[in-house]
Design a protein around this ligand. Structure first.
Ligand code: HAM
Length: 427
């Protein structure tokens, strides 16, 4: 139930509340565990950076930078932006902290909020959360691309994300290599069909024709299918690289589908690009995107450095888990302590302390309640057990434990009680 309040969260932002936040924590915890098994360490970065960093890294003509950034002038009039993504910041941090001196490659992961002023809808927010990882430095061996993707799929498997599909592509080498030649061919082909394209796409013929392949406009789909494919225009090196990435994926048992239209919305990519979709998300079904960006560190003033990474949209990941019924949450509490009387209250406070010390979640009502009312409360908050403490129980040195699911009761001493509850603890 929601109540109209004087202040409301800004459009496209929202509060994440318990018990759902337990699911967020569990997902993040599993990501940390899986990424650690692949040798990744965590990086935490500022959520705002100089606007210029994103304009350079992501590209001034991209939608993300030109339309969606939250930018403002600091008091000294330098322009600052809330980060729309984190790869630029990781590269900035790599250079600034001299990480090229460390053994290469440097493998980093991050979690946290990103900000884009998009039109909010299911799975699309203005403040959203990413779990991302980047591999910087060392070689650009195709095995690295495959291992990064394998890590992702291992993580999705571990959290039981259903219906995942991995799409891959190679968009060739940037600068003066095969991509430039392809973009020119694409532009020429687009000029021929210009009149049949929407206004956005017409504009993109000049600014960023690759992005046009991403168009979701129904009227443009048939036209796009007639355009030249980049895979037919890759140079020999890029073609060999793409073939090697695919065979490295096969070696690892990673199932993929090729999608020649997968160009991604950020300018820094070259060669391998990939996206993963999941079920139950409607039109915003990309739960992860990533790719290789070998020129980026250098573009930001660092030494020539290889780079590849991805970011998972955590909001969408959680949505998909919930829609797939794979989002079971831990019970409300392990135990609710129902007490009546002065001495039982002291025993209840002691029991709460000892049970919590043993790692159990405990609800201790602060005021005396009749047992019937207390048991009603215990039910309401989803407790598994009620510990009943009255004068008789305290005199006996035993407590009564009631299973709230089936109504059975047993009397236990404190050590037996802790052992029993730990065995039956919510995971
Ligand atoms: P991206 O494709 O822009 O890539 O975003 C990655 C993921 O973040 C998307 O697949 C989606 O799940 C989620 N996402 C993006 N925008 C929103 C939004 N408005 N609301 C909810 N979720 C959203 C990047 O950000 C790159 N930095 C990924 C990367 C890392 N490439 C290399 N390294």
């Amino acid at each position: 139930m929601t109540t109209k309040s004087k202040f409301q969260a800004i459009k496209g932002t929202r509060d994440l509340l318990p018990p759902e936040t337990a699911l967020w924590n569990r997902v993040e915890q599993i990501a940390r565990e899986v990424f650690a098994t692949f040798g990744f360490g965590e990086i935490r970065m500022p959520i705002f950076e100089p606007t210029e960093l994103f304009a350079r890294a992501v590209g001034a003509d991209t939608d993300v930078v030109s339309k969606e950034m939250y930018s403002f002038d600091d008091r000294d009039e330098t322009s600052i932006s809330l980060r729309p993504e984190a790869t630029a910041s990781v590269c900035r941090a790599y250079i600034e902290n001299g990480m090229q001196q460390l053994p290469q490659p440097v493998k980093l992961y991050y979690t946290g909020p990103m900000f884009r002023r998009e039109r909010p809808q299911k799975g699309r927010y203005r403040q959203f959360y990413q779990i991302g990882a980047e591999v910087l430095g060392g070689s650009d061996a195709p095995a690295i691309d495959a291992e990064v993707i394998q890590m992702l799929m291992t993580f999705f498997d571990k959290i039981n994300l259903a219906g995942t599909r991995l799409y891959i592509n190679s968009i060739g080498h940037s600068a003066d290599n095969c991509r430039r030649a392809y973009v020119e061919k694409l532009r020429a082909a687009l000029q021929n069909v210009k009149d049949n394209l929407g206004a956005d796409s017409q504009r993109r013929i000049d600014t960023n024709p690759l992005r046009l392949l991403d168009s979701k406009l129904e009227s443009e789909q048939a036209i796009i299918e007639t355009l030249p494919h980049i895979s037919d225009h890759l140079c020999d090196d890029c073609r060999a690289n793409y073939a090697a990435v695919k065979s490295e994926l096969e070696l690892r048992g990673v199932i993929y589908k090729e999608n020649w239209r997968l160009v991604r919305g950020l300018d820094y990519y070259m060669r391998t690009t990939f996206e993963i979709t999941a079920q139950g998300l409607g039109s915003q079904n990309a739960v992860c995107g990533g790719g290789r960006y070998d020129g980026l560190v250098e573009l930001l003033g660092g030494p020539p450095t290889k780079g590849i990474g991805f970011a998972i949209g955590e909001d969408r990941l959680i949505l998909s888990l919930q829609e797939g019924g794979n989002a079971s949450l831990p019970q409300g509490r392990d135990v609710y302590i129902a007490w009546m009387g002065q001495r039982p209250y002291a025993a209840a406070v002691r029991a709460a302390k000892n049970l919590r010390k043993a790692g159990l979640s405990v609800e201790l009502p602060p005021c005396e309640l009749k047992f019937s009312k207390a048991l009603g409360q215990a039910d309401k908050i989803g407790a598994k057990f009620a510990l009943i403490l009255g004068d008789n129980d305290v005199a006996e040195g035993l407590s009564t434990l009631k299973n709230l699911a089936d109504g059975t009761q047993q009397k236990l001493s404190e050590p037996d009680l802790i052992a029993f509850l730990q065995q039956n603890q919510s995971k």
